[in-house]
Design a binder for this molecule. Structure first.
Ligand code: 6PG
Length: 267
């Protein structure tokens, strides 16, 4: 039985407004975690959607740069493509160009997945790095302060693709995942680890995501086909930041100014 959670979503008219909302959430989550635990451990996604948020966080003319506790931030990725860091498809590479090259985040606090290694070696190494960084013992698993996810138009999240082996990985923090339909390997955090984050937030934009988002949130529970449905954090803090095009098939109230807020009970 899946865990019941209440999901809340915030809808803005434009992607630029979603990026500002996401930068705000990233900043507040980092401040709260740093104040409470001395560190902010955040796992981010790649793809294209978070790029605008990274650029805002790195922009000194915006309010976020000065507020983010860069000295206390430990940055992780939810997934990576099996390419070197300077490859155009590298999630780390995208983040580096958009944000890391412009912010005072010490290199020792940047925990990238080494996509240039063999997929298994990259997953093992990343898992070991997470264990060391979180000082985990035995079967303990990490509790990120925030996991920021994207969603593909097939319902995948992180590199948890429909009907792939990683969906059923047991006792692992990160795994190599063969994605037959893309004829490639990915390295990804597992869904139990994502669900252990104190807060999980999806960033989703564009009309191309409208129907699949409706299926993920309002359709029958079938996470092998729609892996985003596996994401139900134990903290109960699950939110979606959406633009109006992606949210067009969801109910929400437009009586107040944006962001328009909606919520659903996932049973
Ligand atoms: C990746 C991801 C992946 C991504 C979605 C959405 O490495 O591709 O982390 O899960 O978040 O595919 O991607 P877009 O933001 O490009 O739509």
């Amino acid at each position: 039985m899946p865990r019941a959670v209440t999901v809340t979503y915030a809808v803005w008219p434009t992607p630029a407004q979603v990026a500002a909302g996401a930068a705000d959430l990233f900043t507040s989550a980092a401040i709260t975690a740093a104040n409470m635990r001395g560190k902010a451990r955040i796992a981010i996604s790649g793809g294209t959607t978070p790029k605008a948020m990274f650029a805002l966080l790195a922009d000194r003319a915006q309010p976020y740069f000065a507020r983010v506790p860069w000295d206390k931030l430990e940055l992780f990725w939810v997934d990576e493509r099996t390419v070197p860091p300077d490859h155009k498809d590298s999630n780390y590479g995208m983040t580096k160009a958009a944000m890391l090259d412009h912010v005072p985040l010490p290199a020792a606090q940047i925990h990238r997945i080494q996509g240039e290694l063999s997929p298994e070696a990259a997953a093992d190494k990343y898992e070991a790095e997470i264990r060391t960084s979180f000082r985990l013992e035995g079967a303990e698993t990490p509790g990120f302060d925030l996991a920021l996810l994207g969603m593909g138009d097939d319902g995948h999240t992180a590199s948890l693709f429909p009907h792939t082996e990683a969906l059923n990985a047991l006792g692992r923090i990160a795994v190599a995942n063969r994605v037959e339909k893309l004829d490639t390997w990915r390295v990804t955090l597992t869904s139990p680890v994502i669900n252990q984050a104190r807060r999980v937030t999806f960033l989703i934009e564009g009309a191309g995501k409208r129907d699949i988002l409706r299926d993920v949130l309002l359709g029958p529970y079938d996470p092998e086909t729609l892996p985003s449905q596996f994401i139900r954090p134990g903290s109960g803090k699950l939110s979606f930041l959406l633009d109006a095009a992606a949210a067009a098939a969801l109910p929400y109230d437009t009586a107040q100014p944006p962001p328009y807020i909606g919520s659903l009970e996932l049973k």
